[in-house]
Design a protein around this ligand. Structure first.
Ligand SMILES: [Zn+2]
Length: 406
Protein backbone atom coordinates (compact mmCIF):
# COMPACT_ATOMS: atom_id res chain seq x y z
CA UNK A 1 0.00 0.00 0.00
CA UNK A 2 3.03 2.26 0.07
CA UNK A 3 2.61 3.69 -3.43
CA UNK A 4 -1.06 4.38 -2.78
CA UNK A 5 -0.22 6.20 0.43
CA UNK A 6 2.43 8.19 -1.38
CA UNK A 7 0.00 9.31 -4.08
CA UNK A 8 -2.60 10.20 -1.48
CA UNK A 9 -0.05 12.52 0.08
CA UNK A 10 0.93 14.02 -3.27
CA UNK A 11 -2.68 14.65 -4.18
CA UNK A 12 -3.68 15.84 -0.75
CA UNK A 13 -6.41 13.22 -0.64
CA UNK A 14 -7.70 12.06 2.70
CA UNK A 15 -10.62 10.26 4.24
CA UNK A 16 -13.30 9.53 3.15
CA UNK A 17 -11.54 9.63 -0.24
CA UNK A 18 -9.09 6.76 -0.57
CA UNK A 19 -6.68 5.66 -3.24
CA UNK A 20 -7.56 2.05 -3.93
CA UNK A 21 -5.01 1.34 -6.65
CA UNK A 22 -2.07 2.87 -8.48
CA UNK A 23 -1.48 1.14 -11.78
CA UNK A 24 1.76 1.80 -13.60
CA UNK A 25 1.45 0.94 -17.31
CA UNK A 26 5.04 0.97 -18.48
CA UNK A 27 4.30 0.36 -22.15
CA UNK A 28 1.73 3.11 -22.38
CA UNK A 29 3.82 5.44 -20.22
CA UNK A 30 0.79 5.99 -18.07
CA UNK A 31 -0.08 5.96 -14.38
CA UNK A 32 -3.69 5.32 -13.41
CA UNK A 33 -4.84 6.23 -9.93
CA UNK A 34 -8.19 4.86 -8.78
CA UNK A 35 -9.96 6.72 -6.00
CA UNK A 36 -12.90 5.49 -3.93
CA UNK A 37 -15.34 7.24 -1.69
CA UNK A 38 -15.56 5.16 1.43
CA UNK A 39 -18.29 6.84 3.48
CA UNK A 40 -22.03 6.12 3.43
CA UNK A 41 -22.87 9.81 3.63
CA UNK A 42 -21.54 13.13 2.35
CA UNK A 43 -22.05 16.91 2.21
CA UNK A 44 -24.69 18.35 -0.12
CA UNK A 45 -22.85 20.68 -2.55
CA UNK A 46 -25.60 23.30 -2.18
CA UNK A 47 -26.00 23.61 1.58
CA UNK A 48 -23.18 21.54 3.06
CA UNK A 49 -25.42 19.49 5.31
CA UNK A 50 -24.46 15.85 5.66
CA UNK A 51 -26.84 13.61 3.75
CA UNK A 52 -27.09 9.87 3.10
CA UNK A 53 -25.40 8.48 0.02
CA UNK A 54 -27.81 7.82 -2.85
CA UNK A 55 -25.70 6.08 -5.51
CA UNK A 56 -22.49 6.31 -7.55
CA UNK A 57 -22.18 8.09 -10.87
CA UNK A 58 -20.32 6.49 -13.73
CA UNK A 59 -16.53 6.52 -13.74
CA UNK A 60 -14.91 9.87 -14.44
CA UNK A 61 -11.31 10.68 -15.31
CA UNK A 62 -9.13 13.69 -14.49
CA UNK A 63 -5.76 14.42 -15.93
CA UNK A 64 -3.18 15.13 -13.24
CA UNK A 65 0.42 16.39 -13.38
CA UNK A 66 2.65 13.85 -15.08
CA UNK A 67 4.63 11.46 -12.90
CA UNK A 68 8.08 11.82 -14.46
CA UNK A 69 7.22 11.53 -18.17
CA UNK A 70 4.19 9.34 -17.45
CA UNK A 71 0.75 10.75 -18.10
CA UNK A 72 -1.14 10.47 -14.84
CA UNK A 73 -4.89 10.09 -14.62
CA UNK A 74 -7.24 9.91 -11.67
CA UNK A 75 -10.40 7.80 -11.90
CA UNK A 76 -13.33 7.90 -9.55
CA UNK A 77 -17.05 7.17 -9.44
CA UNK A 78 -18.41 10.21 -7.68
CA UNK A 79 -21.10 9.53 -5.09
CA UNK A 80 -24.44 11.29 -5.14
CA UNK A 81 -26.15 12.24 -1.90
CA UNK A 82 -29.85 12.82 -1.22
CA UNK A 83 -30.52 16.18 0.43
CA UNK A 84 -33.97 16.91 1.92
CA UNK A 85 -33.84 20.44 0.56
CA UNK A 86 -31.94 20.07 -2.71
CA UNK A 87 -32.65 16.55 -3.89
CA UNK A 88 -30.05 14.18 -5.35
CA UNK A 89 -26.71 15.94 -5.86
CA UNK A 90 -23.20 14.92 -6.86
CA UNK A 91 -20.61 15.45 -4.14
CA UNK A 92 -17.81 17.89 -4.95
CA UNK A 93 -14.26 16.55 -5.20
CA UNK A 94 -11.33 18.17 -3.42
CA UNK A 95 -8.88 17.73 -6.31
CA UNK A 96 -10.73 19.38 -9.21
CA UNK A 97 -13.09 22.21 -10.04
CA UNK A 98 -16.68 21.53 -11.00
CA UNK A 99 -17.01 20.19 -14.55
CA UNK A 100 -13.27 20.15 -15.11
CA UNK A 101 -11.48 17.11 -16.50
CA UNK A 102 -8.19 18.27 -14.97
CA UNK A 103 -7.02 18.35 -11.39
CA UNK A 104 -6.50 21.74 -9.78
CA UNK A 105 -2.75 21.10 -9.67
CA UNK A 106 -2.71 20.36 -13.37
CA UNK A 107 -4.70 23.48 -14.18
CA UNK A 108 -2.40 25.61 -12.05
CA UNK A 109 0.58 24.22 -13.93
CA UNK A 110 -1.11 24.62 -17.33
CA UNK A 111 -1.83 28.30 -16.58
CA UNK A 112 1.83 28.93 -15.85
CA UNK A 113 2.93 27.13 -19.01
CA UNK A 114 0.44 29.10 -21.10
CA UNK A 115 1.72 32.38 -19.73
CA UNK A 116 5.38 31.46 -20.11
CA UNK A 117 5.15 29.99 -23.62
CA UNK A 118 5.64 32.09 -26.73
CA UNK A 119 2.38 30.94 -28.23
CA UNK A 120 -0.73 29.04 -27.29
CA UNK A 121 0.29 26.41 -29.83
CA UNK A 122 3.64 25.85 -28.14
CA UNK A 123 2.00 25.56 -24.72
CA UNK A 124 -0.63 23.24 -26.10
CA UNK A 125 2.04 20.87 -27.42
CA UNK A 126 4.09 20.99 -24.23
CA UNK A 127 1.04 20.12 -22.18
CA UNK A 128 -0.29 17.50 -24.58
CA UNK A 129 -3.72 19.12 -24.78
CA UNK A 130 -6.05 19.85 -27.63
CA UNK A 131 -7.33 23.31 -28.50
CA UNK A 132 -10.67 22.86 -26.72
CA UNK A 133 -9.02 21.69 -23.53
CA UNK A 134 -6.71 24.71 -23.51
CA UNK A 135 -9.63 27.03 -24.07
CA UNK A 136 -11.59 25.41 -21.23
CA UNK A 137 -8.66 25.81 -18.81
CA UNK A 138 -8.25 29.46 -19.81
CA UNK A 139 -11.95 30.09 -19.43
CA UNK A 140 -12.07 28.68 -15.90
CA UNK A 141 -8.89 30.58 -15.01
CA UNK A 142 -10.43 33.87 -16.17
CA UNK A 143 -13.67 33.14 -14.30
CA UNK A 144 -11.69 32.57 -11.10
CA UNK A 145 -9.68 35.72 -11.70
CA UNK A 146 -12.73 37.89 -12.33
CA UNK A 147 -14.40 36.61 -9.18
CA UNK A 148 -11.34 37.58 -7.15
CA UNK A 149 -10.97 41.06 -8.59
CA UNK A 150 -11.19 43.66 -5.86
CA UNK A 151 -13.16 46.89 -5.80
CA UNK A 152 -10.19 49.19 -5.45
CA UNK A 153 -10.39 52.66 -6.86
CA UNK A 154 -9.27 53.00 -10.47
CA UNK A 155 -8.82 56.74 -11.05
CA UNK A 156 -7.51 56.67 -14.61
CA UNK A 157 -8.93 54.55 -17.38
CA UNK A 158 -8.48 54.41 -21.14
CA UNK A 159 -11.13 53.34 -23.61
CA UNK A 160 -10.01 52.40 -27.08
CA UNK A 161 -11.15 50.55 -30.15
CA UNK A 162 -9.38 47.69 -31.85
CA UNK A 163 -10.04 45.73 -34.96
CA UNK A 164 -11.23 42.23 -34.30
CA UNK A 165 -10.32 39.75 -37.03
CA UNK A 166 -9.93 41.16 -40.49
CA UNK A 167 -12.54 43.40 -41.99
CA UNK A 168 -14.54 45.98 -40.19
CA UNK A 169 -15.47 44.34 -36.94
CA UNK A 170 -14.40 46.28 -33.91
CA UNK A 171 -14.06 45.71 -30.23
CA UNK A 172 -13.82 48.30 -27.46
CA UNK A 173 -11.46 47.79 -24.56
CA UNK A 174 -11.32 49.41 -21.15
CA UNK A 175 -7.90 49.66 -19.54
CA UNK A 176 -6.72 50.54 -16.04
CA UNK A 177 -3.96 52.96 -17.06
CA UNK A 178 -2.04 52.91 -13.79
CA UNK A 179 -2.41 49.18 -13.26
CA UNK A 180 -1.53 48.41 -16.88
CA UNK A 181 -4.28 45.83 -17.27
CA UNK A 182 -7.33 45.30 -19.44
CA UNK A 183 -10.48 45.32 -17.34
CA UNK A 184 -12.82 44.13 -20.07
CA UNK A 185 -13.64 44.17 -23.77
CA UNK A 186 -16.95 44.21 -25.66
CA UNK A 187 -17.91 43.83 -29.29
CA UNK A 188 -18.48 46.95 -31.38
CA UNK A 189 -17.58 50.61 -30.82
CA UNK A 190 -20.99 52.25 -30.54
CA UNK A 191 -22.22 54.39 -27.68
CA UNK A 192 -24.30 51.48 -26.38
CA UNK A 193 -21.33 49.12 -26.55
CA UNK A 194 -19.19 51.61 -24.66
CA UNK A 195 -21.83 52.03 -21.95
CA UNK A 196 -22.13 48.29 -21.44
CA UNK A 197 -18.33 48.06 -21.35
CA UNK A 198 -18.18 50.56 -18.49
CA UNK A 199 -20.88 48.66 -16.58
CA UNK A 200 -19.11 45.34 -17.10
CA UNK A 201 -15.60 46.50 -16.28
CA UNK A 202 -16.26 48.65 -13.23
CA UNK A 203 -18.53 48.23 -10.24
CA UNK A 204 -20.95 51.07 -9.47
CA UNK A 205 -18.62 52.26 -6.72
CA UNK A 206 -15.62 52.23 -9.01
CA UNK A 207 -17.54 54.12 -11.70
CA UNK A 208 -18.24 56.95 -9.26
CA UNK A 209 -14.56 57.30 -8.50
CA UNK A 210 -13.08 57.50 -12.00
CA UNK A 211 -11.18 60.80 -12.26
CA UNK A 212 -10.35 60.90 -15.96
CA UNK A 213 -10.69 58.84 -19.13
CA UNK A 214 -8.27 58.80 -22.06
CA UNK A 215 -10.13 58.58 -25.37
CA UNK A 216 -9.80 59.14 -29.05
CA UNK A 217 -11.87 62.01 -30.48
CA UNK A 218 -14.74 59.64 -31.06
CA UNK A 219 -18.21 60.95 -30.37
CA UNK A 220 -19.79 57.63 -29.42
CA UNK A 221 -17.23 57.07 -26.65
CA UNK A 222 -17.40 60.65 -25.38
CA UNK A 223 -21.20 60.41 -25.16
CA UNK A 224 -21.03 57.15 -23.27
CA UNK A 225 -18.47 58.54 -20.81
CA UNK A 226 -20.48 61.73 -20.23
CA UNK A 227 -23.51 59.61 -19.54
CA UNK A 228 -21.99 56.91 -17.32
CA UNK A 229 -19.14 58.81 -15.67
CA UNK A 230 -20.36 62.40 -15.51
CA UNK A 231 -17.77 63.41 -12.91
CA UNK A 232 -14.79 62.22 -14.98
CA UNK A 233 -12.71 64.48 -17.24
CA UNK A 234 -12.25 63.35 -20.81
CA UNK A 235 -8.66 63.49 -22.07
CA UNK A 236 -8.33 63.15 -25.84
CA UNK A 237 -4.83 61.89 -25.70
CA UNK A 238 -1.63 62.59 -27.55
CA UNK A 239 -1.37 59.04 -28.77
CA UNK A 240 -4.50 59.38 -30.88
CA UNK A 241 -3.83 62.97 -31.89
CA UNK A 242 -0.45 62.05 -33.29
CA UNK A 243 -2.12 59.17 -35.13
CA UNK A 244 -4.55 61.63 -36.71
CA UNK A 245 -1.76 64.00 -37.75
CA UNK A 246 0.22 61.09 -39.18
CA UNK A 247 -2.80 60.09 -41.23
CA UNK A 248 -2.98 63.61 -42.65
CA UNK A 249 0.73 63.63 -43.54
CA UNK A 250 0.35 60.28 -45.24
CA UNK A 251 -2.60 61.49 -47.28
CA UNK A 252 -0.59 64.48 -48.49
CA UNK A 253 2.32 62.21 -49.39
CA UNK A 254 0.22 59.73 -51.32
CA UNK A 255 -1.45 62.42 -53.40
CA UNK A 256 1.78 64.23 -54.07
CA UNK A 257 3.67 61.04 -54.89
CA UNK A 258 1.06 60.17 -57.48
CA UNK A 259 1.36 63.56 -59.12
CA UNK A 260 5.17 63.41 -59.06
CA UNK A 261 5.32 59.89 -60.50
CA UNK A 262 3.17 61.04 -63.40
CA UNK A 263 5.89 63.59 -64.15
CA UNK A 264 8.54 60.89 -63.85
CA UNK A 265 9.71 62.05 -60.41
CA UNK A 266 10.10 59.14 -57.94
CA UNK A 267 11.48 61.11 -54.98
CA UNK A 268 8.68 60.13 -52.63
CA UNK A 269 8.54 56.46 -53.48
CA UNK A 270 9.07 54.18 -50.50
CA UNK A 271 9.33 57.08 -48.06
CA UNK A 272 6.05 56.47 -46.21
CA UNK A 273 7.47 55.47 -42.84
CA UNK A 274 10.17 58.13 -42.82
CA UNK A 275 7.47 60.80 -42.62
CA UNK A 276 5.56 59.01 -39.90
CA UNK A 277 8.37 58.47 -37.44
CA UNK A 278 9.46 61.01 -34.90
CA UNK A 279 12.48 62.75 -36.38
CA UNK A 280 14.86 61.43 -33.73
CA UNK A 281 13.82 57.83 -34.34
CA UNK A 282 14.76 57.81 -38.01
CA UNK A 283 17.37 55.13 -38.80
CA UNK A 284 20.69 56.67 -39.75
CA UNK A 285 20.77 55.28 -43.27
CA UNK A 286 17.86 57.56 -44.17
CA UNK A 287 19.07 60.68 -42.45
CA UNK A 288 20.77 62.32 -45.41
CA UNK A 289 18.13 61.63 -48.03
CA UNK A 290 15.36 62.46 -45.63
CA UNK A 291 16.88 65.80 -44.64
CA UNK A 292 16.96 66.70 -48.34
CA UNK A 293 13.28 65.83 -48.72
CA UNK A 294 12.34 67.54 -45.50
CA UNK A 295 14.02 70.78 -46.52
CA UNK A 296 12.48 70.72 -50.00
CA UNK A 297 9.44 72.73 -50.99
CA UNK A 298 7.31 69.60 -51.30
CA UNK A 299 3.84 69.70 -49.81
CA UNK A 300 4.53 66.65 -47.68
CA UNK A 301 7.53 68.44 -46.15
CA UNK A 302 5.21 71.25 -45.10
CA UNK A 303 2.68 68.78 -43.69
CA UNK A 304 5.45 66.99 -41.84
CA UNK A 305 6.77 70.21 -40.28
CA UNK A 306 3.29 71.05 -39.02
CA UNK A 307 2.84 67.57 -37.57
CA UNK A 308 6.26 67.61 -35.88
CA UNK A 309 5.76 71.04 -34.39
CA UNK A 310 2.58 69.90 -32.70
CA UNK A 311 4.72 67.72 -30.46
CA UNK A 312 5.94 70.81 -28.60
CA UNK A 313 2.37 71.34 -27.48
CA UNK A 314 2.72 68.47 -25.04
CA UNK A 315 5.88 69.87 -23.45
CA UNK A 316 4.06 72.69 -21.69
CA UNK A 317 3.36 72.36 -18.00
CA UNK A 318 0.30 74.58 -17.94
CA UNK A 319 -2.86 74.45 -19.99
CA UNK A 320 -2.82 78.25 -20.50
CA UNK A 321 0.61 78.22 -22.16
CA UNK A 322 -0.28 75.18 -24.22
CA UNK A 323 -3.45 76.94 -25.32
CA UNK A 324 -1.46 79.95 -26.58
CA UNK A 325 0.96 77.66 -28.40
CA UNK A 326 -2.00 75.93 -29.98
CA UNK A 327 -3.41 79.18 -31.33
CA UNK A 328 -0.24 79.94 -33.25
CA UNK A 329 0.10 76.35 -34.44
CA UNK A 330 -3.50 76.38 -35.60
CA UNK A 331 -3.18 79.51 -37.67
CA UNK A 332 -0.13 78.02 -39.37
CA UNK A 333 -1.95 74.73 -40.06
CA UNK A 334 -5.07 76.43 -41.34
CA UNK A 335 -3.06 78.58 -43.80
CA UNK A 336 -1.12 75.54 -45.05
CA UNK A 337 -3.31 74.99 -48.15
CA UNK A 338 -3.22 71.28 -47.30
CA UNK A 339 -6.76 69.99 -47.00
CA UNK A 340 -6.11 66.96 -44.85
CA UNK A 341 -3.96 68.99 -42.43
CA UNK A 342 -6.63 71.69 -42.21
CA UNK A 343 -9.29 69.08 -41.57
CA UNK A 344 -7.36 67.53 -38.67
CA UNK A 345 -6.47 70.95 -37.27
CA UNK A 346 -10.16 71.85 -37.14
CA UNK A 347 -10.92 68.55 -35.50
CA UNK A 348 -8.31 69.18 -32.82
CA UNK A 349 -9.53 72.73 -32.26
CA UNK A 350 -13.13 71.63 -31.76
CA UNK A 351 -11.97 69.15 -29.11
CA UNK A 352 -9.44 71.45 -27.49
CA UNK A 353 -11.10 71.79 -24.05
CA UNK A 354 -10.88 68.02 -23.63
CA UNK A 355 -7.32 67.97 -24.92
CA UNK A 356 -6.10 70.63 -22.48
CA UNK A 357 -7.27 68.33 -19.67
CA UNK A 358 -4.03 66.47 -20.40
CA UNK A 359 -2.13 69.13 -18.46
CA UNK A 360 -4.20 68.39 -15.39
CA UNK A 361 -4.08 64.57 -15.51
CA UNK A 362 -1.14 63.66 -17.71
CA UNK A 363 -2.76 60.46 -18.90
CA UNK A 364 -2.64 58.95 -22.34
CA UNK A 365 -3.42 55.66 -23.98
CA UNK A 366 0.23 55.62 -24.95
CA UNK A 367 0.92 54.63 -21.35
CA UNK A 368 -0.90 51.45 -22.23
CA UNK A 369 1.33 50.93 -25.27
CA UNK A 370 3.06 47.91 -23.73
CA UNK A 371 -0.40 46.54 -23.14
CA UNK A 372 -1.44 47.31 -26.70
CA UNK A 373 1.43 45.27 -28.09
CA UNK A 374 0.46 42.45 -25.74
CA UNK A 375 -3.10 42.58 -27.06
CA UNK A 376 -1.64 42.59 -30.55
CA UNK A 377 0.20 39.36 -29.75
CA UNK A 378 -3.00 37.80 -28.47
CA UNK A 379 -4.73 38.90 -31.65
CA UNK A 380 -2.10 37.42 -33.94
CA UNK A 381 -2.09 34.31 -31.78
CA UNK A 382 -5.82 34.13 -32.10
CA UNK A 383 -6.39 33.49 -35.76
CA UNK A 384 -8.43 30.49 -34.73
CA UNK A 385 -11.00 32.39 -32.71
CA UNK A 386 -14.38 32.06 -34.28
CA UNK A 387 -16.22 33.67 -31.43
CA UNK A 388 -15.74 36.95 -29.67
CA UNK A 389 -16.03 35.16 -26.29
CA UNK A 390 -12.92 33.08 -26.98
CA UNK A 391 -11.06 36.22 -27.94
CA UNK A 392 -12.23 38.06 -24.82
CA UNK A 393 -11.08 35.16 -22.67
CA UNK A 394 -7.64 35.29 -24.19
CA UNK A 395 -7.31 39.04 -23.72
CA UNK A 396 -8.32 38.77 -20.08
CA UNK A 397 -6.12 35.71 -19.58
CA UNK A 398 -2.98 37.41 -20.91
CA UNK A 399 -3.64 41.11 -20.27
CA UNK A 400 -6.13 41.17 -17.40
CA UNK A 401 -3.62 41.08 -14.55
CA UNK A 402 -5.86 38.46 -12.92
CA UNK A 403 -5.08 36.06 -10.11
CA UNK A 404 -6.05 32.87 -11.86
CA UNK A 405 -4.40 30.01 -9.98
CA UNK A 406 -6.85 27.42 -8.64
ZN1 LIG B 1 -28.70 20.61 0.42
Amino acid sequence: MEVEGHYAMLLGINSPWEISRVDLKLNQKQVDVDIEYTAGEGPCPECGSICPKHDDRKMRTWRHLDTMQFTTQLHCQLPRVRCDKHGVKTVEVPWAGKNSRFTLMFEGFAIRVLIAARSIEEARKLLGLNWHQVEAIKKRAVERGLQRRDENEIPYIGIDEKQFRSGHRYISSLVDLQGGRVLDVVEDRTEEACKSLISKALTARQQERVTAVALDMWKAYANAVNDKLPQADIVHDRFHISQHLNEAVDKVRRKENKALVEQGDGRLKGTKFQWLRNAENLPERFTESFVALRDSDLKVARAWAIKESFRYFWDYSYAGCANRYFDSWYSWAIRSRLDSIKEKARMIKSHLPNILTYFKHGISNAAAEGLNSKIQTVKSNARGYRSFEGFRNSILFYCGGLEMAP
